[in-house]
Structure formats: C-alpha cells, structure tokens
Write a protein that binds this ligand. Sequence first.
Ligand SMILES: [Zn+2]
Length: 160
Amino acid sequence: MRSAAHLLMWLALCLTLTATTSVIQQANATEASRRVAPGRLVVAGRRLSCGRTATLIRDFEGLAVSSTVIMLNMQALKDLPRRVQWLIYYHECGHILRGPNEGAADCYAVRRARREGWLNRKALEDICTTFNIAGHGPVHADPDQRCIQLRQCFNKKAAR
Ligand SMILES: [Zn+2]
C-alpha cells in the first residue's frame, strides 16, 4: 500500500517535470533571437540605424544592451512612449560609438534625436519626468542627475 502511494507520487512528479520541460522548450522556440541587418531595423514606426551595427531582437533581463551588436528586448520596450524607445536605441548606439561611459552615450542619443528633429525641449522634459531612459539599472546615474546631464547636452547643441 505504501509503495503504491510512493509510486503514484513518483509518477506525479515525473509528469510535472515533463510538463515543465515542454513549456520551457516552447518558450525557447518562440523567443529565439532574431538578427536584423544594419539599417533594416524599424522600431515604433521609425527606421533606426547605427552605422554598420546589427541588431539582435530577443528576450532577456532589461530593455537593451550593446557590445558589438545592439540587443533589444522588444517585449519590454513596446509599451514605452515611442520617443523613449528610439532614445534607448540611440543610447546603445552611443555606447558602440563612444564606449562604456553612460553620460557620453546619453549625450550622443539626445543630440542625434534633436538633430533629426523629433526631440524638442518639451519632449525631453516629458521623458525626464516620466522615465529613466535606458534602464540598465544601477549602471546609470540617478534619474534626476541624469536629466540634468541630458538637458546640458541638449542645450549645448542648441547654443551653436
Ligand atoms: Zn548605457
């Protein structure tokens, strides 16, 4: 009697494990990363490019990272305002072009956005009050400090 119960428990455990495994496999199949060639990326209706840098669309912790490619988590990005999505991409592009310095990457993003004509002072303020732009967490300065820097970069260009 006891061994029968034991066997049942084992069976239940095995079934659970099998079910979990197939769920994981399914998830892997649907979340496989997709590589987008340089210049072919469209985010929230805008074509974004970063020289000869390709983009990898995939699920991971966080919104975006860059090394030799720009990796975007579209699931996490999709609910953000479109300008913020674009700025995040440009921030990562800034890392590719300017290196690991967060301030330099931010500055690159804001100046490029302004030059392209889709970021004005008001939009920048909106973004600053609602959102801490790139969200790789503790790497970045605190949001207030970061916004002060963003404004400085924005204005520096305006002064020319
Ligand atoms: Zn960064």
